[in-house]
Design a protein around this ligand. Structure first.
Ligand SMILES: *Cc1c(COP(=O)(O)O)cnc(C)c1O
Length: 817
């Protein structure tokens, strides 16, 4: 929000002020004397929206007239966050708006906080989709995002007595000034029923008709997404489910009132709520309905657009590239085939060529429990025609392999679309792989593992298909908006041009790392952010923390593989060490945790409770006062991330190697000048190559070593624990109730589990982690070295801009650049 240096022209300010007043009067219906802060937020948002609309219409017209290829990004999740500052800042209007509001006696910093945080996603995958939308608009890639407009986004997390409670999220309660309802853009989506066929004429292919039993209407809601300096504006089109009115009225009039209402509720439930599971299975019928619902509406919409403009589907891949964000939209393979063959009458082989040339798939996880499969029985009941199509795709696929001489029954079984072992199920990963021309992973390590693990056999058959596109983050949100202090410093050192090309220009910061005066300024801006976070911690938790202490931050979804538990063991070990020698020369630290656990994930919720139990015990203990504090900030979301990340000194990225596909918060932290303590996992590997290993704290088992231990069945941690007095003492303390006097047995199961089956190698990595933390302290005691490393982290993170990622997708997969 600092990109407009100098003073804004006063006529621009007064024009904006007048616009806000008009919106307040005629759209919000309030006068400035009685307007609440929220009314002001709405008026400003609507004024900003007007500016976007002018660009938006122009962009839509240009794309239409230019006849260029469009990108369609299908994602069940978009973790957007707030849009006010994002939009104003990208339009170059933030300073104008600030001044205009100041003239009206309104503080923009106050009203920006009233915007609800749009949390239509769980974590990294949804946030990636949001960063990509912004980068595509910035790079003028003509793109549409497609997803679901959930009435309720990800639950709000309350911490009650240390336990996570899930509360309904209500982002739409006061309306949403950014969206446009498009009642005229709607499609009828079918479910259930049966299929009939009539034989083809003169030996041609049979024609199939799906007589679905239940129809749900999808209605479009459009949100404009504006790129940097208003470069272009793209559309995020989210679908809302409504009951088909006539259908239910008929039943209602016939006297079946309850039935009609139930039908209506069932239809609307499809877009009611986001599935709150992250990297864990959400195998429910409603989930499959959601997936098919948004895929079917999106494909109908884009085919209609294509036909309007081109009049034929034969050239679909020349004008449309569809990216499937994980397997959630993988049913698109069967749905596109159905639309092309059954609805538009194309021949099967021709349709298959078009489908595979149009679709592309991004894999996000290797965790077996998160790879989607659907029971064949459920598919037959809900999507009978799609099940037929999947069988037919599979038959062609296996036939063509046999023709290529593949005999190995084991191999054929592994590449089949149907899993036969645990009840018959459709493998959505294999379906997405076969139906796409590109299959990409999200970091070099992850892509390598995809080739070696989940898709080994498919990769051997189609060696060209798998490619890597390492994730990125948009610097507009994660640097300019989240950290105006640092941005101001960078601009004053490197010039305004930095803002237009941070990916390359940030490197120019490297020589500044050698200047003592600059390092001091860098540390000072950091201190301002830390004071802000300390105030927030005081306000929300009533815990006072010293901004001068080392802020050691671990924020992300709570998951065993992300190993918050390892960090908690270190916290307790540190607590023991300080307690034993309270007069020692300790580095004062604040351990900061935040993150949500899937509502059904008991172990993760217990880890949240443990964090809070440890926090309470340590914060209450006068022996370690001033040396160690622990806080768990509730309700982690994009807005909280924007407050926490710019204030972090140390970034915890300590997943079990081989299990984090990429991570993106690792990039956000490094960009903002935090040093990383981490394993060689996901994009940490590429970060260590870009930044230099000596400016990070890399420790622990490598993915290869983890794999070797797994193969050898080495999960028993007893010997490791016996061999480490420090670890034994930590585990005993937790197990024996040192942090849970009210329920001494609370953590017995958790700790005993580590002894007998340390699935995530928490104990195996403990000593290496402890050592790495000692190196952290040594560096921190040497401010010159610490801040030199910090500046170099910022300077060398340019490659992780999502603009770089999108350029790679655009040129190598979508062929639009
Ligand atoms: C970036 C981000 C994530 C992803 O974090 P990881 O540490 O990479 O898993 C999750 N949630 C929010 C709110 C984020 O901003």
């Amino acid at each position: 929000m600092t990109q407009e240096s100098g003073v804004s022209p006063s006529d621009e300010v007064s024009a904006f002020r007048e616009k806000v007043l008009r919106k307040l009067t005629y759209s919000v219906g309030k006068d400035s004397a009685s307007a609440s802060d929220y009314d002001w937020f709405e008026a400003v948002a609507l004024a900003a929206r007007d500016h976007i609309i002018d660009h938006w219409m122009e962009c839509t017209r240009q794309t239409y007239e230019g006849g260029c290829k469009r990108v369609y990004y299908l994602s069940l999740e978009f973790l957007i966050g707030r849009l006010l500052v994002d939009s104003l800042s990208n339009l170059g209007l933030f300073e104008v708006a600030r001044e205009a509001l100041a003239e009206l006696d309104v503080d923009i910093e106050r009203i920006r906080l009233l915007e609800p945080d749009a949390a239509l996603g769980n974590g990294g995958l949804g946030r990636l989709a949001a960063c990509f939308m912004e980068s595509m608009a910035t790079l003028q890639v003509a793109a549409h995002g497609y997803g679901i407009r959930y009435d309720h986004g990800l639950f709000r997390q309350a911490i009650v007595d240390g336990w996570q409670h899930e509360q309904t999220e209500t982002w739409l309660d006061f309306g949403n000034p950014w969206e446009f309802e498009r009642p005229e853009v709607s499609y009828l989506i079918g479910f259930g029923g049966h299929v009939t066929a009539i034989p083809g004429e003169s030996g041609g292919e049979a024609r199939h008709f799906w007589h679905w039993a239940e129809g749900v209407r999808a209605i479009a809601y459009d949100t404009p997404i504006v790129g940097w300096r208003g470069a272009s504006v793209n559309t995020l089109r989210l679908w809302r489910a409504r009951a088909e009115a006539d259908f239910h009225l008929e039943r209602f009039n016939a006297g079946d009132h309850i039935g009609a209402v139930a039908e209506e509720a069932k239809a609307q439930s499809i877009s009611r709520v986001l599935y709150p599971a992250d990297s864990t299975e959400a195998g429910q019928e409603l989930r499959l309905r959601q997936e098919y619902f948004f895929v079917a509406a999106s494909l109908q919409d884009l085919l209609r657009r294509h036909l309007d403009q081109r009049g034929t589907l034969d050239n679909l891949p020349d004008y449309a590239a569809i990216q499937l964000n994980d397997t959630h939209p993988a049913i698109a393979v069967a749905e596109l085939m159905r639309l092309l063959v059954d609805v538009h009458g194309l021949q099967w082989q021709h349709a298959w060529k078009l489908t595979t040339a149009t679709l592309n798939y991004t894999n996000h996880t290797l965790l077996p429990e998160a790879l989607e499969t659907w029971p064949v029985g459920l598919m037959e009941r809900l999507l009978p025609r799609h099940m037929q199509i999947i069988y037919l795709i599979n038959a062609h696929h296996l036939d063509s392999l046999r023709q290529r001489g593949v005999q190995d029954a084991e191999l054929l079984r592994s590449v089949s679309l149907i899993e036969e072992d645990h009840g018959r199920r459709v493998r959505m990963g294999n379906l997405a792989f076969l139906g796409s021309s590109s299959v990409n992973g999200v970091s070099a390590l992850h892509t390598g593992l995809m080739r070696k693990t989940v898709f080994t056999d498919l990769h051997a058959l189609y060696p060209e298909r798998i490619n890597n596109k390492t994730n990125g983050i948009t610097f507009r949100r994660w640097l300019y908006q989240a950290n105006p202090h640092l941005t101001g410093l960078l601009v004053s050192s490197l010039g305004e041009a930095l803002l237009d090309d941070p990916q390359h220009r940030l490197r120019d910061l490297e020589p500044f790392a050698e200047q003592a005066a600059f390092r001091l300024q860098f540390a000072e801006q950091r201190m301002a952010n830390k004071r802000h976070l300390a105030a927030l911690i005081q306000e929300r938790l009533g815990v006072s923390v010293d901004p001068a202490a080392l802020f050691d931050v671990h924020v992300k979804r709570i998951h065993e593989y992300k190993r918050q538990l390892l960090n908690l063991l270190h916290t307790v070990a540190l607590y023991h060490a300080i307690s034993a020698d309270p007069g020692g020369d300790w580095v004062p630290r604040v351990k900061i945790f935040a993150g949500k656990a899937a509502a059904s994930y008991h172990q993760a919720k217990l880890i949240i409770k443990l964090a809070n139990d440890i926090a309470r015990t340590i914060n209450d203990d006068p022996t370690v006062r001033g040396l160690l504090k622990v806080v768990f900030l509730p309700n982690y979301n994009v807005s909280l991330a924007e407050d926490i990340i710019p204030a972090a000194d140390l970034s915890e990225q300590i997943s079990t190697a081989g299990l984090e596909a990429s991570g993106t918060s690792n990039m956000k932290f490094a960009l903002n000048g935090a040093l990383t303590i981490g394993t060689l996992d996901g994009a940490n590997v590429e970060m260590s190559e870009q930044i230099g290993r000596e400016h990070m704290f890399i420790f622990g088992l490598t993915a290869q070593q983890v794999e070797a231990r797994k193969r050898a069945g080495e999960f028993n941690a007893e010997a490791t624990i016996i061999g480490s007095r420090r670890l034994s003492e930590v585990l005993s303390a937790i197990r024996d109730g040192a942090f849970s006097a009210d329920d001494p047995g609370r953590y017995v199961g958790l700790i005993d589990g580590l002894y007998w089956h340390d699935t995530y190698h928490v104990c195996a990595d403990f000593e290496a982690y402890w050592q790495a933390q000692l190196e952290v302290e040594a560096r921190w005691r040497d401010p010159e070295q610490w801040w030199r490393s910090a500046v170099l982290n910022t300077a060398r993170t340019g490659w992780f801009s999502s603009d770089r990622t999108i350029r790679e997708y655009a040129s190598e997969i979508w062929k639009v650049m």
